[in-house]
Design a protein around this ligand. Structure first.
Ligand code: IDP
Ligand code: MG
Length: 139
C-alpha cells in the first residue's frame, strides 16, 4: 500500500442538494486527511481544460452545462491507496449501476449528474491537484 493523494470534486448537483456535509463526513470516516479544500464556481474554460479527454465525446456539452450549474467543492485527499479507494467509495460512473452504499448510488441521479469526481490514476491526480490548487493552498 502506498500513501498518496487524490483529487475530488463535490459536483453542482450534490452541493445544490445539500450533501456537502455527508460527503466530507464520509471522507473523514474513511480515514482520508484533507490537504486542500475550496469552493469554486467553474468557468467554461476551466471545465474544458479539466475534461480535455472528453471534449470531443457526444456527452461533453451536457457535462459542461452541468458543471456550470452552480458552485462545486474541490478537495485534495490523502491516504493509503487514495486514488483507488476514493473511486471505490464513489462507485462507478453511472449511479444506477453503482454499488449500494457508494456516494454515487446515494446522491447521484444519472450518468451526468453523479455527485462526485475522483481522479482515475496517481499521475492524473497530480495533474488535477495542480490544475486547481497552488502549492501555497495545500497543507
Ligand atoms: P468518471 O467520473 O467515473 O471517471 P468519466 O468517464 O471520466 O467518468 O466521465 C467524466 C464525467 O462525465 C462523468 O463523471 C459524468 O459526469 C460524465 N459522463 C461520463 N459518461 C457519460 C455519458 O455517457 N453520458 C453523460 N455523461 C457522462
Ligand atoms: Mg474520469
Amino acid at each position: 500500500m502506498v500513501r498518496e493523494r487524490t483529487f475530488a470534486i463535490i459536483k453542482p448537483d450534490a452541493v445544490q442538494d445539500g450533501h456537502i456535509g455527508e460527503i466530507v463526513s464520509a471522507v473523514e470516516q474513511e480515514g482520508f486527511t484533507i490537504h486542500g479544500l475550496r469552493m469554486a464556481r467553474l468557468t467554461r474554460d476551466l471545465i474544458k481544460g479539466f475534461y480535455l479527454e472528453h471534449l470531443h465525446k457526444p456527452f461533453y456539452p451536457e457535462l459542461e452545462e452541468f458543471m456550470l450549474e452552480g458552485p462545486v467543492l474541490l478537495m485534495v485527499l490523502e491516504g493509503e491507496d487514495a486514488v483507488a479507494r476514493w473511486r471505490e467509495i464513489m462507485g462507478v460512473t453511472d449511479p444506477l449501476e453503482a454499488a449500494p452504499g457508494t456516494l454515487r448510488r446515494k446522491f447521484g441521479r444519472n450518468l451526468t449528474r453523479n455527485a462526485v469526481h475522483g481522479s482515475d490514476a496517481p499521475h492524473t491526480a497530480g495533474q488535477e491537484i495542480h490544475y486547481f490548487f497552488s502549492a501555497l493552498d495545500l497543507v
